[in-house]
Design a protein around this ligand. Structure first.
Ligand SMILES: Nc1[nH]c(=O)nc2c1ncn2[C@H]1C[C@H](O)[C@@H](COP(=O)(O)OP(=O)(O)OP(=O)(O)O)O1
Length: 161
């Protein structure tokens, strides 16, 4: 089975002297209840850039333009016990956008200090790859989940210079 193509965008802002990232609590579907990145599936006929701009608007109410997307790399999520859940993720950062984050049917968005991610409310693998992207690192990550589909069996990466 081919892994689904998904995309995530981590919007960043400076607020009261702190750098913050926009995450959100998933209200429906895959990963309900977890704090996740904003994003989702690339639909047939869409480019990844079109998909992430659409997902950011749908899920958070924020407008980000394709030219303002900062490519950061990829994360492959591999679920050996549930291959139908495998997802290959293209990751972007964004520092230029318009609008205020607003709750949608799918996500309750919230800004978090980059140095205080809500790790205990996120996928267990997030601490393996998200801080690297948020500190400006670019690279390709492969996360393999344990048979519980929650904890991390292995996490490997190659960094781009
Ligand atoms: N192990 C993992 N760790 C993580 O942090 N995010 C993961 C993950 N596995 C998948 N994701 C993310 C990637 C993707 O943005 C999201 C699942 O996509 P969606 O939110 O689009 O799925 P849904 O089925 O809820 O919605 P639709 O695609 O709209 O049907 O979960």
């Amino acid at each position: 089975m081919t892994a689904a193509s998904v995309t995530l965008c981590f919007l960043l802002r400076t607020h009261q002297g702190h750098e913050e990232v926009l995450l959100g609590r998933k209200k429906t579907g895959f990963g309900t209840g977890k704090v996740v990145g904003i994003g989702g599936h690339v639909e047939p006929g869409e480019s990844v850039e079109e998909a992430i701009c659409r997902e950011v608007a749908e899920e958070s109410g924020i407008t980000v333009m394709p030219q303002d997307l900062i490519p950061a790399g990829t994360v492959d999520f591999v679920f050996p016990a549930k291959p139908a859940w495998d997802m290959f993720t293209t990751v972007f950062l964004g520092r230029a956008f318009t609008g205020e984050a607003a709750e949608s049917d799918e996500i309750a968005p919230q800004w978090y200090p980059v140095g205080q991610l809500p790790a205990d409310q996120m996928w267990a693998d997030a601490v393996h790859w998200l801080p690297a992207f948020l500190s400006g690192g670019r690279g390709h990550w492969r996360v393999v989940l344990n048979p519980d589909n929650e904890t991390v069996a292995s996490s490997t990466h190659t960094l781009e210079s």
